[in-house]
Design a protein around this ligand. Structure first.
Ligand code: CAA
Length: 263
């Protein structure tokens, strides 16, 4: 099965090597903002990677400036609650969430909003010293919508999750490491190679044991996850009926501070 022959617009897939497939997010001018097409392309590759027994581990990465700066705010700006509830992105997130093989995020630069949520869908996050993590949706008059409220809390604990979700502040790679979000920190130019080294080690283990180990570790935090995700999804959609959400997106696009009215 080939990956490199398929032409994608928003991602680059490297040829499979030593059982490791590398997927690079490739919207460099937009800080790899996760438009619907980009998420769909990741999902398409993962569906094939799951079927392909030669793929033993997948590494997701961005570039030196950004892993991903979140959902595409321009694409999201004018959405209604109904659009959000019927969003095709949910199907892509489901593929990523249910992917049975190990996923490693190699993060340099900004890892924000949906980008941080994508990293947290991965089983291991390794980061360059220049990485910046955060859930800045509150600055746009909305909340995280792809599991951020749930996964951030289970990884960081309530107080730290609130600290970052309610202020939108970014945390450094060192803070993310100390908080348990990140497994290891490297020099930025080494991040991807080091992630691939970890992936190669995993690729040599017994595949069924790896799959069950992943499933078992996820069970440690999964019991409340589904109901939390369902609540978050509805709350996220409801916020698209507020004028503050339209104000937040418009202010970002027009590079001005938002003025929120609580409506
Ligand atoms: N969506 C769309 N475009 C984005 C983007 C995003 N998330 N992030 C950056 N861009 C675009 C900018 O609009 C800008 O485009 P133009 O050149 O056409 O003006 C370009 O990328 C460069 O961005 P900046 O000029 O802002 O660069 P900067 O160096 O000053 O700041 C940044 C970089 C801190 C990442 C800043 O761009 C930023 O704060 N981005 C938004 C981060 C964010 O709020 N993410 C959450 C999105 S909502 C979400 O993710 C919902 C969810 O959970 C599903």
């Amino acid at each position: 099965m080939t990956y490199s022959l398929q032409l994608f617009d928003d991602i680059i897939t490297n040829p499979l090597k030593d059982g490791v497939l590398v997927i690079q997010l490739n919207r460099p001018n937009e800080f790899n903002a996760l438009r619907t097409k980009l998420l769909d392309e990741i999902a398409q590759v993962l569906v094939r990677a799951e079927e392909d027994e030669n793929v033993r581990c997948v590494v997701l990465t961005g570039n030196q400036k950004a892993f991903a700066a979140g959902a595409d705010i321009k694409e999201m700006a004018t959405k209604s609650p109904a659009d959000v509830l019927r969003d095709p992105r949910a199907a892509s997130w489901k593929v990523i969430r249910n992917f049975k093989k190990p996923l490693i995020a190699a993060v340099n630069g900004y890892c924000l909003g949906g980008g941080n949520e994508l990293a947290m869908h991965c089983d291991i996050i390794v980061a360059g010293e220049n990485a910046k993590f955060g859930q800045p949706e509150i600055n746009l008059g909305i909340i995280p919508g792809a599991g951020g409220t749930q996964r951030f809390t289970s990884l960081l604990g309530k107080s730290k999750a609130m600290r970052y979700v309610l202020t939108g502040d970014f945390m450094s790679a060192k803070q993310a490491y100390e908080a348990g979000l990140v497994a290891e920190i490297f020099a930025p130019e080494e991040t991807l190679d080091q992630a691939i080294n970890i992936a190669k080690k995993i690729a040599q283990k017994a595949p069924i044991a790896v799959e069950l180990a992943k499933e078992a570790v996820l069970k440690a935090s999964d019991s409340l996850l589904e109901s939390g995700l369902a609540f978050e999804r509805k709350a996220f959609a409801v916020l698209f009926s507020t004028s503050d959400q339209k104000e937040g997106a418009d202010a970002f696009i027009n590079k001005r501070p938002p003025v929120y009215k609580g409506s």
